[in-house]
Design a protein. Structure first.
Length: 291
């Protein structure tokens, strides 16, 4: 029978071990090792969360945990409609830093899989995090290799739980998400999820200023059996209306289409604008008290 070792091995290097195993100790302790934060000997932050480090303990030398109180780099409206062959989602490519039109080539509509498209307004970094989560789901589907991929309803339900979970932690993801796609039976799906987890489905959904500017046009002209040409013309008109009145928008857009044949996201394009309207030339003529 082999004798019991008298000390722990040093094979676990100092960069990955906790203080209990950092130095050789007796293998026969009077008490079990106490759980402590796995702090590397190089002085970096702990591997696991130590409450003493999160409460602003002045002796610990760490800052308290901080949550996102306001979004910094944001995208504006996203709009989507159903049509005869599937769904369309449109947005511009601007990521604004406050009121500064800082990043003008940011894609805000993404392909999740061959059946689902996602659009997002709000904080760009949170949107990138959400896309990382969805990429993990798509990777799991690929690795399973069973021919099954997430349907639009499944992705929509998953994002509802993600957003509501983060809201309950008082650390929400500052996004409003539009999920669209085609179900395996060929029916179209379109839904919207807010930053606190509230959600709804409809034949047309919008976020941001488009809730006020584009939604009336959708109610008047959209119907589920409209042609692709009519649906694209309607989206173009709504994009123009939002660009005229939303200072956080630019004349550079992308449109994503999802049908039974797959997902297609257009290259960025611009629309012809008209600025010689009489009210544009004299915007304060009938505004009493304005300059």
């Amino acid at each position: 029978m082999l004798p019991a070792p008298l000390s722990h091995s040093k094979a676990l290097g100092p960069g990955v071990t906790g203080p209990e195993l950092l130095n050789p100790t007796s293998a026969r302790l009077e008490r079990p090792p106490q759980p402590t934060a796995q702090q590397p000997s190089c002085g970096a932050h702990s591997f696991m969360v130590d409450p003493a480090h999160l409460e602003g303990n002045p002796t610990a030398g760490w800052d308290p945990r901080q949550l996102t109180k306001n979004p910094y780099v944001t995208g504006t409206s996203v709009m989507a409609i159903k049509y005869k062959d599937g769904i369309m989602i449109a947005s511009d490519t601007l990521a604004a830093y406050g009121s500064t039109k800082r990043y003008k080539t940011v894609q805000r509509v993404f392909k999740v899989n061959d059946n689902v498209v996602l659009g997002a307004s709000g904080e760009i970094s949170d949107h990138q995090y959400i896309m990382t989560l969805l990429d993990e789901l798509s990777t799991e589907d690929y690795r399973a290799d069973d021919g099954h991929v997430k349907s639009p309803q499944e992705v929509y339900s998953y994002l509802c739980r993600v957003m509501y979970n983060r809201r309950n932690k008082f650390d929400p993801l500052w996004n409003t998400l539009v999920v669209g796609g085609v179900n395996p039976d060929g029916t179209s799906f379109l839904g919207c999820v807010s930053m606190v987890g509230t959600h709804y489905t409809d034949s047309h959904v919008t976020t941001g200023f488009a809730n006020h500017l584009a939604r009336p046009l959708f109610r008047e002209r959209q119907h589920d059996d409209m042609s692709e040409e009519d649906a694209l013309a309607l989206l173009h008109d709504c994009l123009k209306v939002c660009y005229y009145r939303d200072k956080q928008s630019i004349n550079k857009f992308q449109v994503a289409k999802c049908t039974t044949t797959g997902v297609n996201i257009s290259e960025p394009f611009s629309l012809d604008m008209k600025w010689d309207y009489k009210l544009f030339a004299a915007p304060t003529k009938w505004a009493i008290g304005s300059w």
